[in-house]
Design a protein around this ligand. Structure first.
Ligand code: C5P
Length: 247
């Protein structure tokens, strides 16, 4: 098992994206079903409206937090930012690989200074909403080329892993092997969905795991379910029925 997987020691590969703005509703969901998950994700939406409570409650329940604020700034600011993570519950953070090698390396140095058990550093390559035209306007020949170049820069500069859509997993494992910790949103209980879903190349949890994902980030399929606990237990049962090919 690679260093970062061992360090994180997650009890399962399911991560709840708790994208709720309402503090009371968020707290109640976090306390009720948060403990079923390997991780809970705090993105900018809950962070700005009830971030301190999110962190404190997770800390008191022993829930590892994925703080998904996707930082992209000058190296010195990243260095200062990551040395001030406000809770030991924060076990994973995201940055944009487009910040470049020096920024990723600064983030790495800053986290490593926190002690022997730093939060995992995960880089975003190209956001999934970008069209092929937008990707070309940014100077890449294709999305594939952009993801490859940005992913390589991030991993060579100290990132522990990458965020990507499930459709990019197989290629990522071919390119970078088993070491990187790969995080995938775009998880749908029944696999690929049609138009109307903003997730690109969605996969079922079992599919994503067998294609090489380490962490399945799931939000609306659970938060919008009539019974979020039942929806979570059903996803967990599906995962345990079909073990992943991951080491
Ligand atoms: O779609 P769902 O609610 O399961 O999304 C879970 C997480 O996936 C969200 O917190 C969001 O940050 C992320 N997401 C993404 N790309 C999209 C849509 C959502 O990375 N196209």
């Amino acid at each position: 098992m690679s260093g970062v997987r061992k360090r994180l020691g997650l009890k399962n590969p399911l991560c709840l994206a708790l994208d709720l703005t309402d503090k009371n509703q968020g707290i109640s969901v976090l306390k009720d079903i948060g403990p079923l998950f390997g991780m809970v994700k705090c993105g900018p939406v809950p962070f700005l409206s009830w971030g301190q409570d999110f962190l404190q409650i997770s800390e008191s329940l022993g829930l590892p937090v994925f703080l998904d604020l996707k930082w992209h700034d000058i190296p010195n600011t990243l260095l200062e930012t990551l040395s001030r993570l406000p809770s030991p519950a924060i076990r994973m953070v995201t940055i944009h690989a487009q910040g470049g090698a020096a920024m990723v390396a600064a983030a790495r140095r800053s986290l490593d200074r926190s002690g022997p058990d730093p939060a995992a550093l995960i880089a975003v390559t190209l956001l999934t909403h970008l069209t092929e035209d937008e990707v070309k306007a940014m100077g890449y020949k294709s999305r594939e080329e952009g993801v490859t170049r940005l992913g390589s820069v991030a991993l060579q500069s100290g990132a522990d892993g990458l965020v990507m859509s499930p459709g990019e997993l197989s290629r990522a494992r071919q390119l970078w092997g088993e070491e990187p910790f790969l995080v995938t949103p775009g998880i749908r209980p029944t696999g690929p969905t049609g138009a109307g879903d903003d997730q690109v190349n969605a996969r079922s949890p079992q599919e994503a795991l067998s294609e090489g994902s380490d962490l399945l980030v799931v939000g609306r399929p659970i938060l919008a379910a009539p019974d979020p606990r039942e929806a979570t237990l059903s996803l967990l049962a599906g995962i345990s029925q079909k073990p992943s090919k991951r080491p």
